[in-house]
Write a protein that binds this ligand. Structure first.
Ligand SMILES: [Zn+2]
Length: 135
């Protein structure tokens, strides 16, 4: 059985206690403590979670080999230039700016560019119809 470290927290004020208490000494509320797992012993991490991770060992910077993977051409010369020659495979780019400056439009232009890439456009703000109208 995996050994876990538990603590009790007041739902009202966040006060932490090593054992359950009926009344919170910080805010005075009753029956507000809930049990939470705060740490597991290192040996108790399930094997399925660690076996998928690549082994990592310290390396000297001079000994690190760059694999020179080609950057992805996004089909927009200016975007490619800003990204240093295209998108690095596996990287994440955060596009920021004032409201209305054109982040969504630029993203849609990249998604629709004839660059040979499949793009999944995800939006939490606009409906599918709004995206289609702008496209
Ligand atoms: Zn409290």
């Amino acid at each position: 059985m995996a050994k876990v470290k538990k603590a009790y927290f007041c739902k009202e004020c966040g006060y932490e206690a090593p054992k359950w208490m009926g009344r919170c000494p910080a805010c005075g509320e009753w029956n507000t403590f809930t049990e939470e797992i705060v740490a597991r012993e290192s040996g108790s991490v399930p094997a399925a979670m660690t076996s998928a991770l690549p082994r990592s060992t310290p390396q000297r910077v001079g000994e690190i080999r760059s694999n020179d993977r080609p950057r992805l051409d996004l089909g927009n010369a200016e975007v490619n230039r800003v990204l240093g020659g295209g998108l690095v495979p596996g990287s994440l780019v955060l596009l920021g700016g004032e409201p209305g400056i054109g982040k969504s439009t630029l993203s849609l232009q990249i998604a629709l560019a004839d660059n040979g890439l499949k793009t999944l456009y995800v939006s939490g703000e606009e409906s599918a119809e709004q995206i289609k109208m702008r496209a």
